[in-house]
Design a protein around this ligand. Sequence first.
Ligand SMILES: Cc1ncc(COP(=O)(O)O)c(C=O)c1O
Length: 366
Amino acid sequence: MRWPDLPDEHPTPSLVIHRPTVRDNLQRMQTYCDSHALRLRPHTKTHKSLLMAQEQIAVGASGLTVAKAGEARVMSQASKDILVAYPAVGAKRLHDLVAVARDAEVTVGIDSLDAAQQLQSAAVQAGVTFGILIDMEVGFFRTGVQDVANAVALGQAIDSMSHLKFRGLMCFPGHLLPSSPPETWARYTESLQNIIEQFAASGIPVETVSGGSTPTAIASHQNPFLNEIRPGTYIYNDLNEVRLGVATLEQCAARIAATVVSVPSSRKFIIDAGSKTLSSDRNCVDDQSGFGMVIEYPTAKISRLSEEHGEVVLPENSVQSLPRVGDRVFVLPNHICVCVNLQNSFYLLDSDSLVEYPVDARGLLT
Ligand SMILES: Cc1ncc(COP(=O)(O)O)c(C=O)c1O
């Protein structure tokens, strides 16, 4: 789908979001989930935008996922069913979350008794209830209870706490990629089966089993134990997803508009998008491939970033001529979530409009 041109006065560097592509991405994921009886609970850390969250709910998402208590506050304006897929510990997070829980159903993913006790005592004091998912380790080795017997004991402890309601399990299969060997996918399924069986044997019903990421999303039906997924990046996609083979360039809805500010040598030009716009994230598939892709110069490499400068180098045999100072280009970033987090606003581009919206949850650190 060709993107309409931006007006000459459009400021750069800036984040531009193509609305028709967003709509296609949302509908495709929702249709997949509906056809496999999976609840879709998108992770809003990718867009941090109330408008986008409202679109996700309108298309059929059953609730929203956040990482930060501040995001929970913002996103509770779009849905009254919020999962904090992050161990919410510490006074500030708890203070902010009880405020959200007065008006919305808040579920928190945790992996320790300490976290459960902190949530219980904050909930008792405020007179609210938190739902709880136990975060289980399934191969990514970040957070998550590693031993099933410990998880069952944690479930029993949560069951005995007056202001916590055990709802089930969550996991983050961040190690799983479409290219992962079948044994790795099988281990994901088997580990969830084993966990669920041991909870059942202990008489603790597991309602929710929440997993998923964008790279695993449309393979979720192969794991029959999941009933909810939390992809985030799928709304915009990025060069990581393209190189992983889970999105096409046409399915990438977010680009950085940049201006060529210097053409210092015969194969190189400088754009006004540096690390403060593109972030320093390398591509997860090919970490030597540079800091994104210039759409108009697909064979060029964004070879080095300073804070305000992106250095773009054409290959030696390039048939393309260099741009001129003042020309505008679009960059597809490696990792869109971190780029969004660097922006105060984004420009929503439709066939006949370009409107600036705030990145509502930007800068909400806790
Ligand atoms: C706990 C959790 N759930 C869901 C997601 C969404 O995954 P993705 O960014 O691949 O869409 C993430 C991403 O970091 C995550 O940490």
